[in-house]
Design a protein around this ligand. Structure first.
Ligand SMILES: CC(C)(COP(=O)(O)OP(=O)(O)OC[C@H]1O[C@@H](n2cnc3c(N)ncnc32)[C@H](O)[C@@H]1OP(=O)(O)O)[C@@H](O)C(=O)NCCC(=O)NCCS
Length: 282
């Protein structure tokens, strides 16, 4: 039914450009998501051929992003449809477009982090639940300014440790180096962590460490950098990480589900994952 109504309204899909970021931020505000302009710029510049916008009557109505880590693994994110255009098959069409792009590259494993509404769409496209997790939040002072990442304050020159490859499952060094440029970074031999500004709250993650003690020091140092409300997406299967978030005074605020589709599930080492990097990119 979706396809029929979309054809009637002249639905089409095109590549996203930086000119679409203002529309993306409008969608972020409508749904209360945390991305700032720098986040959109980052994933768009990283994967300019894999980010798309749905159009109806010459106007943008929805978005989707892909972030490829070689051909082994890729993430789909930013699946957003304007409330005036929901339940017409637009998210499904954008997802199919993104999956065609990833399949054409020979991507082995496609992952995403789904909201409950999103999970219904993705299940119908063959995505399988890998594990559930929660966004945790710790309230800060509302009048606090966003974390500033001025020149020299970010993690320029960050060398991603091998710990990340084993924890995440594939090499995403090129992506992490870009993320570090917009983040405060703490790095140790057996782990690292980042903290970056968000629209609603400061975002803690990724935090990857071989030992809980290392993760603890990383989290402590990063949290000392902000008095704002902080979001922390905690991998559900890592009980140490869940306990750590609770000890720091964080409480679960949103259920999410990691899902995957493809030829081979890449699991990584979840016990080394203390905080995700972002629901849109893993
Ligand atoms: C989730 C979202 C992207 C869905 O977009 P959409 O264009 O309305 O989705 P589709 O029309 O392609 O939906 C396809 C099917 O998925 C299911 N579905 C979609 N939205 C649903 C919802 N809110 N609740 C339950 N089922 C839903 C339905 O089965 C639907 O088919 P139907 O309309 O024939 O019943 C949109 O509601 C949105 O932007 N929500 C806020 C942001 C968000 O949660 N994004 C997902 C991030 S993982």
């Amino acid at each position: 039914m979706g396809e029929k109504s979309m054809t009637a309204e002249g639905f089409s899909i095109r590549q996203m450009t930086e000119g679409d970021i203002a529309f993306g931020m409008t969608l972020d505000e409508i749904v209360g998501w945390n991305q700032v302009v720098a986040d959109w710029v980052r994933f768009l510049r990283y994967q300019p051929d894999g980010c798309f916008v749905g159009m109806v009557g010459g106007k943008p109505v929805g978005t989707v992003s892909t972030t490829c880590y070689g051909t082994e693994m890729a993430w789909i994110g930013m699946v957003l449809v304007h409330p005036d255009h929901r339940r017409k098959g637009i998210a499904t069409a954008l997802m199919k477009h993104a999956l065609d792009f990833l399949d054409a590259r020979g991507t082995q494993c496609v992952k995403l982090d789904a909201t409950p509404a999103g999970a219904t769409v993705y299940e119908q496209l063959g995505f399988i639940r890998e594990w559930d997790f929660h966004r945790y939040q710790k309230d800060g002072k509302a009048d606090q300014e966003a974390l500033a990442i001025g020149a020299g304050a970010g993690g320029g020159g960050f060398a991603p440790p091998v710990t990340d490859r084993e924890a995440f499952g594939v090499n995403r060094d090129q992506w992490l180096m870009r993320l570090a440029e917009g983040s405060r970074v703490e790095q140790f031999q057996d782990g690292y962590g980042m903290l970056r500004p968000g629209r609603v709250a400061t975002y803690l993650g990724p935090v990857m460490a071989q030992k809980a003690d290392t993760a603890q020091v990383i989290v402590e140092r990063l949290l000392a950098e902000t008095k704002r409300t902080v979001f922390w997406d905690v991998p559900g299967p890592n009980e140490e990480a869940v306990k750590m978030a609770q000890r720091w005074g964080f409480a679960p605020v949103r259920p999410l589900t990691r899902m995957w589709r493809g030829k081979k599930l890449i699991v990584g080492r979840v016990k080394w994952q203390y905080a995700m990097g972002a629901p849109a990119t893993g």
